[in-house]
Design a protein around this ligand. Structure first.
Ligand code: ATP
Ligand code: MG
Length: 360
């Protein structure tokens, strides 16, 4: 029997494929290795933190420095469940953590961290996605039912107008036609895009810049834009118009929140792009995903509201239809992606995740 050729296996490649974050420190508690999952979990880059002391390399672990030092010196590891890790200004991360002292030179202390928030979020995302799909079907069904008789009502009003051109009732037929048109518009938005995606190679930064110009042109209040783009992100195979529509819907909301009465003194829109490795979207693990953040320093979205904003017709604005976000989400889903939102007063971030697999 032929044995598999083990020496062809690349251990670093295997470690980068894990969903668990692995971090190794040397004898002096300097970071000697971290895998892709750890880079994602702590939003740090291997190149920047390698060789740095623990607290600098991974600020989330700073408060555990003494415990880790003890584990290293005593040669006794430990396991801690549902450990909450903090970093100033960031949301906390919950992990199951295993600490193992080893005899390996350069990797004297190895940490294995299983992120729990993301696991909980993935399950919740999947449930939410199924709920959104069900509600979308219902809304589409209803919209179709309204659309057909609406055409009839408008047509009949036009006929009446033509039959009795000088009638004093013309004012009423005008109202019928105008209101039917308004409803027709709403129904069309409810039905969503009625064409198949037309995909080509798209530069995501060109899309963002286009949206920036659009919102700058239509903004009623003063605001500044900050950009932090990762220029190494390759072009993505996508429908440019649909991506613009999705980003525009989210950016418009941000601008509306910024110009609200309780908006900030210095309104700021922040556009950021990042590459994410080994990222789960709706139960599918992707090697490479592009993350687009649209952030504002507006008043934020209340806890009771945030669970609902992706449902159709949910709005807090008098003139809003509550369709901007469900449409954005539908367009991103049809690209195999995901939209997430995190908000607290003063910081609201909508993150769009798009897989890069089909990209040349
Ligand atoms: N950046 C944000 N800051 C604060 N609230 C937001 C933000 N983005 C969305 N929201 C909230 O989510 C709600 C739903 O947004 P959505 O875009 O779906 O509808 P809308 O903006 O109210 O109406 P439409 O987009 O159809 O004109 C908004 O009414 C608002 O309350
Ligand atoms: Mg909107």
């Amino acid at each position: 029997m032929k044995l598999p050729v083990l020496n062809r296996v690349q251990p670093a490649g295997i470690l980068d494929g894990l969903a668990t974050a692995i971090i190794a420190f040397d004898q002096g508690l300097r970071l000697s290795y971290l895998n892709s999952a750890a880079e994602n979990l702590f939003s740090i880059s291997r190149r920047q933190v390698q060789g740095q002391p623990l607290a600098l390399a991974v600020p989330h672990l700073a408060e555990y420095t003494e415990r880790l030092k003890q584990a290293l010196n005593s040669g006794t590891g430990f396991i801690e469940r549902e450990l909450r890790l903090h970093r100033a200004g960031d949301e906390s991360i919950t992990v199951d953590c295993t600490v193992m002292p080893t005899q390996l030179s350069g990797a004297n202390l190895v940490l294995e961290l299983l992120p729990l928030d993301r696991h909980m979020r993935i399950t919740r995302d999947e449930i939410l996605q199924a709920q959104h799909e069900a509600s979308r079907e219902l809304i589409r069904g209803l919209a179709h039912e309204i659309k057909n008789p609406l055409g009839g009502i408008r047509g009949a009003a036009q006929l009446l107008e033509r039959e009795f051109p000088d009638s004093e009732h013309r004012e009423y037929t005008r109202v019928i036609i105008r209101e039917a048109d308004r409803l027709q518009n709403l129904v069309n938005r409810l039905l969503g895009p009625n064409r198949l995606p037309q995909k080509s190679m798209v530069n995501i930064h060109e899309v963002l810049e286009h949206v920036r110009q659009l919102v700058e042109a239509e903004a009623v209040a003063k605001f500044s834009v900050q950009r932090d783009y990762d220029p190494s992100i390759p072009e993505i195979y996508a429908d440019r118009e649909q991506l613009i529509q999705a980003v525009l819907n989210i950016a418009r909301n941000a601008l509306q929140a910024l110009s609200a009465d309780n908006g900030p003194e210095h309104a700021l829109l922040f556009l950021r792009t990042r590459m994410r490795r080994q990222f789960n979207i709706a139960g599918v693990r992707h090697k490479l995903v592009v993350q687009i953040d649209i952030e504002d320093n507006g008043p934020g979205i209340s806890k009771s509201m945030i669970e609902k904003i992706f449902y159709p017709m949910v709005t807090t604005r008098a003139e809003g239809t509550g369709l901007g976000l469900p449409i954005a989400q539908y367009l991103i889903h049809s690209h195999g992606g995901l939209v997430e939102c995190q908000s607290r007063p003063g910081t609201t971030v909508f993150s769009i995740f798009l897989p890069l697999e089909h990209t040349a």
